[in-house]
Design a protein around this ligand. Structure first.
Ligand SMILES: [Cu+2]
Length: 232
């Protein structure tokens, strides 16, 4: 290496320096190259039979500087006395419209903290919309029909998705480095994994299915639904 005050470097030295600089740039590029995270989500436990891994949500939150997700728009229909889709993941700030495809009245409400709303009674038609500004799980119900349940997972990261029907998932374009993977399913407690990307291999996540398909809940006034099967 050159020392201070040394005579001018030999002719090949600039080439060597350039090579070193190139190697350093390459290393930086490799470190910053988008990583991908793939794995399998397994639903386990007595309630797992017939539950759909594709209704789960997986999302990765990088440690450190966050990249704000771009908000979007989405639709959840009320059809045949059910919300469809039942589970939806959206970036923070997204707007979701709730058209009513049934010839009866539905309501759409939530009391989930930070994202509470009530769209009132909606006849058949384009419905109404609401915007989800706070990250977190939004539990959505119909004040008329106790059995109607939907979930909007509002994520504060651009890196999210759902497994396929066999539980396989893949998140691409992730930044290298530390972060946290969360896997969520409506009938389970969520699982979180601290990871450093690029990960050495596929991730395996197991969620125990232990919760009822229709969670205990009250109507929008905080009261019982008032009928035999709509007790909560
Ligand atoms: Cu309803």
């Amino acid at each position: 290496m050159a020392t201070p005050g040394a005579s001018p470097a030999p002719r090949r030295r600039p080439a060597a320096a350039a090579a070193l600089a190139f190697a350093a740039a390459l290393a930086a590029a490799v470190a910053a190259a988008p990583a991908e995270l793939s794995g399998t989500l397994e639903l386990s436990g007595r309630g797992a039979r017939g539950t759909d891994p594709a209704a789960a949500v997986v999302y990765f939150e990088p440690a450190g500087a966050k990249r704000a997700p771009a908000p979007g728009t989405a639709i959840i229909e009320t059809r045949n006395k059910a919300f469809s889709p039942r589970v939806l993941a959206v970036p923070r700030g997204s707007t979701v419209r709730f058209p009513n495809r049934d010839p009866i009245l539905h309501n759409v409400f939530s009391v989930s903290r930070g994202n509470a709303f009530d769209l009132g009674l909606l006849g058949e038609g384009p419905g109404a919309e609401t915007t989800f500004d706070q990250p977190g799980l939004v539990r959505i119900y119909c004040n008329v029909h106790h059995g109607m349940v939907a979930y909007v997972m509002v994520v504060d990261t651009p890196y999210y998705g759902s497994p396929d029907a066999s539980g396989r998932f893949r998140l691409a374009g992730l930044p290298a480095g530390r972060g946290r993977l969360t896997a969520w399913h409506e009938q389970s407690d969520p699982a979180t994994l601290e990871l450093t990307l690029p990960a050495p291999g596929p991730i395996e996540v197991e969620l125990g299915v232990s919760r009822p398909r229709v969670p205990r809940h009250l109507n929008k006034l905080g009261k019982s639904y008032g009928r035999g099967r709509d007790r909560y």
